[in-house]
Design a protein around this ligand. Structure first.
Ligand SMILES: Cc1cc2nc3c(=O)[nH]c(=O)nc-3n(C[C@H](O)[C@H](O)[C@H](O)COP(=O)(O)OP(=O)(O)OC[C@H]3O[C@@H](n4cnc5c(N)ncnc54)[C@H](O)[C@@H]3O)c2cc1C
Ligand code: SF4
Ligand code: SF4
Length: 421
């Protein structure tokens, strides 16, 4: 029998939908792939969505198909809690050092939850944007891949406590695990490091953190999700009651030279989608959408038409100047210019949702390797780019379909570098 000749290895950084796609497409073409993710599980931001357009399916659908393909493909080696430290060499022949942080839970874990039951420490749950807590030892979320518990080393009390070690019947917890640095030899690298929600606290006029019933669009996704902090109920954070009126504030941070100078592409669509979440739970709730321009690219126009036909949804063209809290009722007061109606609006609502934009994770800290960035930290590619590429929202804000297409193209570019060696 002849041994299968290795075609070479590709490194993909970031386990969101873009990184998963690049990794699988390259592996299914016969290349060995290392896929590294900095958090404890794969899926990226899509895993945090309640449903995703255009079909409004739960993210489990799309992500699980990709996880299956990875499980079946020996050529993809994946690592979580890992980040690239350095890249040296040249296209076709890179040496990459990767720091692998300790998980403190090994592959013996059966997800029995006994450790969580005895752990005395609560920590903010970053998956739910701090709207609830987990124990220091926890399962990242119900559809985590890999489906394995993890210990937050910063929150854990360590060996002085050790209750989880005693409770675990499977010898799965090792509080002495240490960070490791590994070296990989690869021919090309694809960064699919994605996006973070733009920090709403940077727009003080919009009231986030100052007005209790102002949330962001990603918080709305978590509220609406069955595995979210309220079991899927959309409520007012101030008292857990049902909102009867909701305002969406579009372009919160986007298309603004003081914040993100570009359009975040999908936040109009995200608000239209979230209007359908509200309508399902509250058939009579009044919804107001404050916008500068409504953007429903390509076939999404139909979705916009459907939302526009709801007579309890009002679209108001006007930039929101300020959001305050009514001291008597606790309601949110949205102050805006009414461009078509004329004059100033002071709208009182129970809940305001900031349609915050998408900022590349590279906005503030840059990645190792020969990369170019624009003034917003988005990774730039041109005809001179060779060897180290980017995919998905690391390059521009996009929906899942566009990210997946871009990621497939990035797999091809990574392969071309290997072939040219
Ligand atoms: C409110 C809202 C709702 C949305 N709803 C929809 C929708 O309904 N339908 C739709 O099509 N799109 C939707 N989107 C867009 C969708 O979230 C993106 O298209 C998608 O997340 C892009 O995937 P990505 O892999 O490029 O980035 P991400 O999802 O951000 O994944 C990047 C991954 O890389 C990891 N990472 C980052 N830096 C590093 C590093 N240095 N080392 C290792 N790993 C790293 C991250 O932890 C993450 O897992 C929505 C966006 C918003 C803001
Ligand atoms: S670490 Fe041990 S106790 Fe915790 S879920 Fe896994 S098997 Fe159960
Ligand atoms: S050792 Fe850490 S994770 Fe384990 S029970 Fe104690 S605090 Fe929780």
């Amino acid at each position: 029998m002849t041994e299968e000749k290795s075609l070479g290895s590709i490194l993909v950084v970031g386990g969101g939908i873009s990184g998963l796609t690049t990794a699988i497409e390259a592996a299914e073409t016969g290349y060995d792939v290392y896929l590294i993710e900095k958090t404890p599980s794969m899926g990226g931001r899509v895993a945090q969505l309640n449903q995703y357009f255009p079909k409004l399916c739960p993210p489990t659908c799309g992500l699980e198909i990709n996880y299956q393909r990875i499980r079946k493909n020996q050529k993809v080696k994946y690592l979580t809690l890992s980040e690239v430290e350095s890249i040296s060499g040249q296209p076709g022949d890179y040496e990459v050092t990767v720091k692998v942080n300790p998980r403190y839970v090994n592959e013996n874990c059966t997800n029995c939850n006994a450790c969580t039951e005895v752990c005395p420490v609560e920590r903010p749950n970053d998956f739910n944007f701090g709207m609830d807590t987990t124990k220091a030892v926890y399962l990242p979320h119900q559809m985590a891949f890999p489906m394995r518990y993890v210990i937050d080393g910063k929150a854990c009390k360590g060996a002085d406590c050790g209750k989880c070690v005693e409770a675990c019947k499977y010898n799965a917890i090792d509080l002495n695990m240490q960070p490791e640095t590994i070296t990989l030899k690869v021919g090309s690298v694809v960064y699919a490091t994605g996006w973070d929600p733009y920090n709403p606290a940077k727009m003080d006029n919009l009231g986030y953190g100052r007005v209790s019933n102002v949330i962001t669009n990603m918080m709305m996704e978590r509220y609406a999700a069955k595995n979210g902090p309220t079991g899927g109920q959309i409520v007012k954070p101030s008292n857990g009651e049902a909102p009867q009126s909701i305002a969406f504030i579009q372009c919160a941070g986007s298309r603004d030279e003081n914040h993100l100078s570009y359009c975040s592409y999908i936040c109009c669509m995200a608000s239209f989608k979230q209007a359908t979440y509200i309508r399902e739970q509250y058939p009579d709730a009044k919804i107001y959408v404050y916008y500068i321009d409504l953007r429903a690219p390509g076939r999404y126009e139909k979705f916009l038409n459907k939302v526009e036909s709801d007579e309890n949804i009002e679209f108001i063209k006007g930039k929101v100047a300020r959001i305050e809290e009514d001291p008597e009722t606790g309601q949110v007061i949205v102050e805006a210019e009414d461009i078509f109606g004329g004059g100033k609006i002071h709208q009182k609502v129970d809940l305001a949702v900031l349609a915050t934009g998408m900022q590349p994770t590279t906005a503030e800290s840059k990645l190792p390797g020969d990369l170019k960035y624009d003034e917003n930290g988005l990774i730039l590619e041109d005809e001179s780019t060779v060897g180290v590429y980017a995919a998905g929202c690391a390059k521009k804000p996009a929906d899942v379909t566009t990210s997946v297409k871009d990621a497939t193209g990035s797999a091809l570019k990574a392969i071309q570098t290997m072939v040219r060696r």
